[in-house]
Design a binder for this molecule. Sequence first.
Ligand SMILES: [Zn+2]
Length: 178
Amino acid sequence: MATLYYGYDYDTICLNCGEKLALEEEEKKSGKFTCPNCGFENLIQPEIIKSDEKTLSLVLYLSFFYGFIIFPAIIYAVYKNKSRFMCFHSLQAIYFQISIVILFIIVFVFSFTVSSSYHYESRDSGLMGMSFLLISSLLVYFIGIWFSIYAAVKSFYGTRYKIPVIGNYIYERVYGNE
Ligand SMILES: [Zn+2]
């Protein structure tokens, strides 16, 4: 039976609850184990990535331009127990697209704070706030486009490409120490 493991060199992570686990030799051979924390039947998957998964991961990241967040969430729901590759990339696409939304909100709030706080002192400050809004939202948009296309191509070639800042956390959650 798999056991909860708190050290650094754990064998794997439960795909359902994310608990770090140590496996027995038998489980490693059989390729199956039950999570002692949540009872989820995990499959230890060899990293054989099917070609349709590669194509799907391409479509997944390009969903930045359509089906925002919803499309990756559907892919995640369908694949989370079937393929770690798709699990990793769909989670990463969800987190990335949410991060971009949060960045946009921060930019908006900051710009309006700037333009309203200086409004009575000078007309130019309102203009400054609007220019800041325009430039930084364009910047956020280009960051979104750049990493969506880059991750789409990388995943299409079957790599476990990690988007900066958010990628490490998701990688550890799906692949553990691999
Ligand atoms: Zn679990």
